[in-house]
Design a protein around this ligand. Structure first.
Ligand code: SAM
Length: 199
């Protein structure tokens, strides 16, 4: 009886450990500067981010900072084919989780600051969808990421980024976009601002 109980408890423990909120909390404690939020993104935020991604092109879609996979799932629901989706995730634990959850998606455990080296050479990018915590990342990393956007997305599709800073975050002053649009998702906890840039 004790053995059965112990096996059940172990099974429940391993399920809890791989649920989004638990993993998120663990990563938040391990690397707060890179996790940059107190909980995973909401499905509503994911839907609002995904709707800006064009579906009528043959390039790839890049997601930066996949975390537990809420936005990844929203992009798939929006109609992006898994083999055309590349998710760049810095945390090995999150990357492992994403690979298990989305075996057909291209999940890369790497740093978005080196994006051009992580993608197939010369590939066409339809959109970049980012949950990166640009506010809390080291300044150099943040600047490198923004430089990559300028270089890779010139004349291409949108870069879609969300922030919990409903005013204007400091990193935005480094962005020189041809077109800019913003929208607040009040139904997210906390409310989030989605910013869309075209270079
Ligand atoms: C706010 S969380 C994303 C939450 C995610 N949308 C979810 O619902 O779980 C930010 C994510 O960005 C990742 N990250 C932070 N810096 C990164 C970098 N330089 N390159 C790639 N991923 C990074 C973190 O590991 C974390 O998973």
């Amino acid at each position: 009886m004790d053995e059965v109980w112990w096996q059940q408890a172990k099974k429940i423990g391993s399920i809890v450990k791989t649920t989004g909120p638990f993993m998120f909390l663990k990563e938040l404690i391990n690397q707060p500067q890179f996790t940059g939020a107190i909980c995973p993104s909401s499905k509503r935020l994911g839907r609002h981010m995904a709707k800006h991604v064009p579906l009528d092109s043959d390039g790839i879609v890049v997601e930066l900072g996949g975390g537990t996979g809420v936005i990844t799932q929203a992009l798939l629901n929006h109609g992006i084919a898994p083999e055309r989706l590349y998710v760049i995730e810095f945390s090995p634990a999150f990357a492992r989780h994403l690979k298990e959850r989305f075996p057909s998606v291209n999940v890369i455990n790497g740093n978005a600051a080196l994006l051009d080296m992580l993608l197939p050479p010369g590939v066409k990018i339809n959109a970049i969808v980012s949950s990166l915590p640009l506010i809390s990342l080291p300044k150099d990393t943040c600047n490198q990421i923004i430089k990559q956007w300028h270089a890779l997305m010139q004349g291409q599709g949108p870069v879609i980024q969300f922030t919990y800073n409903l005013r204007s975050p400091l990193w935005k002053t480094h962005i020189h976009a041809r077109h800019y649009h913003s929208e607040i998702v009040w139904g997210n906890i906390p409310p989030a601002k989605i910013m869309t840039f075209r270079f």
